[in-house]
Design a protein around this ligand. Structure first.
Ligand SMILES: Nc1ncnc2c1ncn2[C@@H]1O[C@H](COP(=O)(O)OP(=O)(O)O)[C@@H](O)[C@H]1O
Ligand SMILES: O=C(CO)[C@H](O)[C@H](O)COP(=O)(O)O
Length: 536
C-alpha cells in the first residue's frame, strides 16, 4: 500500500438505491473525499407494480461520477465498484431496453425489487417444494427474480419475453454497462436467482417452474459466467463508459454486489478495539450488519450453513468470501416511516415548522418528542398506540407476502403531538421487527452480540436508539455515514489489486464511529408491544 509521500490511490464507489444514485471518491483507508447523489425515477403504473429505467439510472450514475472526481488527478483513480438494489433489468438481443409493462413503454424496462406483481407465480413456485427453496429460507419471496421472469413469460410473451436477450440483476447490468462483460456476480445469482456457489444452476428447478427455455440455451440470458464480488472484469472500463462517467478508460471494474451486501462489507469488518463491545476479540460471526434504507436488511454470517426458517439463505460466499450468509429483511422501513408521516393530517404543519427551523421533518419530530415526553422515558408515550409494520407483507421471519399493516389505539386527535407519537410507534415497531429476526436467527444457531447499522435511516438518532433499546444490543455506527459506498469502494479496491482479498480491504477500509448502547428503562413499551404482537 502507498505510505507517506507516495500518491494516494482512490476508488469510486457507486450505490444505486431505491430512491437515488450515490457516488463517492474513497481512499485506501476508507475515507470519503467526495460525495454526490441524484434522485432516480420510479413508476407505479398500478398497485404493487414498481418500475424503473436502466437508461435513467445510468444517466444518474454519469452525473454523480463526474461530480465526485472533479479536480482530482484521474491517474490516482484505480478502481470502480457498483452496488445496487436487486431489481430485474430486461434488454433485447442487441442490449436495448424492453418494456416490462402492458403499455409497451420500453423506457420502463426494470421490475423493481419491491414489485409484488408475481404473486400467483411465486405461489406456484413454492408449491413445487423444490430443494433450491431450502436456500432461500424455505419459501421463495415474490421479490426474487424467478417469479418475475415467469410473470413476464405468462403476461408479456410477445412484447418482452420472446424478444429478450438478457435478464440482469441491476448490479450486474451496471458492471456490464461499464465493461461490456456480461458475467454475473455470485452475489446476485446466489441470493436472487437460485444459483448455487457449489453446484451451479439446477436445471430441474427451472424446468419444474415452467422456465425450461432458460436452460435450453445454457442460461445465456440469465448468466453462465459467474465471478466472485470484487473480481476484476474483462479489460476494465471501456472507452465509451469512461467518457460517460468522466473516469479514465481501462481502470479496474469489479464484479458487483447487491446494495445491502455492500453495506455489510462497509461495516462488518471494522476494528472495534477499545469501544467496550462484546464482539471485541470474538469471531466476526457475532456481528449483524443492518442496512436500513427504503427497506432494512439483516446480514449475519457463519462458518457453516445455518437454515433459518423465513430468513433468506444460507448463501455461500455471497457477501464475505468463505462465509455463509443469512439475510433477514423488512420490505418497507424507511418507506413506511415516510408513508406514516406524510399521510398524517398534521404533515403540512410539520413541514412548515421544520422548514422555519431549517431542520428535516425527522429532526423536528425527534426534538418534538423530547419536548412532549417531559421527564418520562420516550417509550411511555406509546403504551396505548401500536403499529404492526407489515404494510408490504412480511419478508422475515414470517415470510408471508399477504400480511398487511395495522395501527391500534387511534384517537380522534390529529395534531402534531399525535403525528409525533405515531411516528415513534412506527419506529418502535420496525425495531421490534428486527428483534424478531434476530430471535429467529439465534434459535437456528447464530450467536449475535452487536449490531452494525448503516443506510439512510442510520442518520436518524431515534431509529438507532430504538434499535439498541428494543434488541438490547449495542449499535455501532461507522465513521463514514455512507458506509454502503465504502462497501462499493472495497470492491473497486479489490479489483484494482491493491488488496489481496475482500477481507483485507474491508478490515482496512471500515472504521467505527459512534457506539449507541441500549437503555434499559423502557421496559413497559416491550410489554405493551408484546401483548399486541401475541394477539395478531
Ligand atoms: N437524515 C435523515 N434522518 C432521518 N431519516 C432519513 C435521513 N436520511 C434518510 N432518511 C430516511 O432513509 C430512507 C432512505 O434511505 P436510503 O439509504 O437513502 O434509501 P435507498 O438506498 O433505499 O434509496 C428514507 O426513508 C428517509 O426517510
Ligand atoms: O432485496 C434487497 C437486498 O437483498 C434489496 O436490494 C433491498 O431490500 C432494497 O434496498 P434499499 O432499501 O437499500 O433500497
Amino acid at each position: 500500500m502507498s505510505g507517506g509521500d507516495e500518491p494516494r490511490s482512490y476508488y469510486v464507489g457507486m450505490d444505486v438505491g431505491t430512491g437515488s444514485v450515490r457516488a463517492a471518491l474513497v481512499d485506501q483507508r476508507g475515507t470519503l473525499l467526495a460525495f454526490a447523489d441524484q434522485p432516480i425515477n420510479q413508476w407505479e403504473p398500478q398497485f404493487n407494480h414498481h418500475e424503473q429505467s436502466s437508461e435513467d439510472i445510468w444517466a444518474a450514475c454519469c452525473v454523480v461520477s463526474k461530480k465526485v472526481v472533479q479536480g482530482v488527478n484521474l491517474h490516482q483513480i484505480r478502481g470502480l465498484g457498483f452496488d445496487a438494489t436487486c431489481s430485474l433489468v430486461v434488454l433485447d438481443k442487441q442490449f436495448r431496453p424492453l418494456p416490462v409493462n402492458r403499455e409497451g413503454d420500453s423506457h420502463r424496462n426494470i421490475i423493481m425489487w419491491l414489485d409484488h406483481r408475481a404473486v400467483s407465480q411465486v405461489h406456484r413456485i413454492n408449491q413445487t417444494k423444490h430443494s433450491v427453496l431450502q436456500y432461500v429460507g424455505g419459501v421463495m419471496s415474490v421479490e426474487m427474480q424467478a417469479p418475475k421472469l415467469l410473470w413476464l413469460k405468462e403476461n408479456l410473451r410477445e412484447t418482452c419475453w420472446d424478444k429478450a436477450g438478457h435478464f440482469f440483476d441491476l448490479p450486474d447490468f451496471l458492471s456490464w454497462k461499464a465493461t461490456g462483460v456480461t458475467a454475473r456476480s455470485l452475489c446476485s445469482l446466489v441470493c436472487k436467482w437460485t444459483y448455487s456457489a457449489e453446484k451451479g444452476w439446477d436445471d430441474s428447478f427451472w424446468k419444474m417452474v415452467g422456465l425450461e427455455d432458460l436452460v435450453t440455451d445454457n442460461y445465456s440470458k440469465i448468466g453462465n459466467q459467474v465471478l466472485p464480488p470484487g473480481a476484476s472484469l474483462g479489460s476494465g472500463l471501456t472507452p465509451e463508459a469512461a467518457k460517460d462517467l468522466g473516469l479514465p478508460p481501462g481502470i479496474a471494474v469489479a464484479a458487483s454486489l447487491i446494495d445491502a451486501h455492500a453495506g455489510g462489507l462497509g461495516v462488518i469488518g471494522a476494528d472495534v478495539k477499545g469501544h467496550g463491545l462484546a464482539c471485541e476479540g470474538q469471531p466476526v460471526t457475532s456481528r449483524l450488519a443492518v442496512i436500513c434504507g427504503t427497506s432494512s436488511c439483516h446480514m449475519g454470517i457463519s462458518k457453516n450453513p445455518i437454515f433459518v426458517p423465513g430468513v433468506w439463505g444460507p448463501y455461500f460466499s455471497a457477501m464475505v468470501p468463505g462465509f455463509w450468509l443469512n439475510e433477514g429483511g423488512q420490505s418497507v422501513t424507511g418507506k413506511l416511516i415516510d408513508h406514516m408521516v406524510q399521510g398524517h393530517a398534521a404533515f403540512p404543519e410539520l413541514q412548515a415548522k421544520a422548514k422555519a427551523r431549517r431542520q428535516s421533518v425527522y429532526a423536528y419530530l425527534n426534538s418534538h418528542l423530547d419536548l412532549i415526553k417531559k421527564a418520562q422515558p420516550v417509550g411511555f408515550l406509546t403504551v396505548d398506540l401500536h403499529v404492526w409494520p407489515d404494510f408490504h407483507g412480511n419478508r422475515s421471519p414470517l415470510a408471508d407476502l399477504t400480511l398487511k399493516g395495522m395501527v391500534t389505539g387511534l384517537k380522534l386527535s390529529q395534531d402534531l403531538d399525535d403525528l409525533a407519537i405515531l411516528y415513534l410507534a412506527t419506529v418502535q415497531a420496525i425495531a421490534f421487527g428486527t428483534r424478531l429476526i434476530i430471535e429467529a436467527m439465534e434459535s437456528a444457531g447464530h450467536s449475535i452480540s452487536t449490531l452494525f447499522l448503516c443506510g439512510g435511516l442510520s442518520k436518524n438518532p431515534l431509529f438507532v436508539q430504538m434499535h439498541a433499546d428494543i434488541t438490547g444490543m449495542p449499535v455501532v455506527l461507522s465513521q463514514e455515514v455512507e458506509s454502503v459506498l465504502v462497501g462499493a469502494a472495497v470492491l473497486g479496491a479489490c479489483a484494482s489489486g491493491d488488496f489481496a482479498s475482500v477481507q483485507e480491504a474491508m478490515a482496512k477500509m471500515s472504521r467505527v464511529g459512534k457506539v449507541v448502547f441500549p437503555r434499559h428503562e423502557d421496559k413497559r413499551i416491550l410489554e405493551g408491544y408484546e401483548n399486541i404482537s401475541s394477539r395478531v
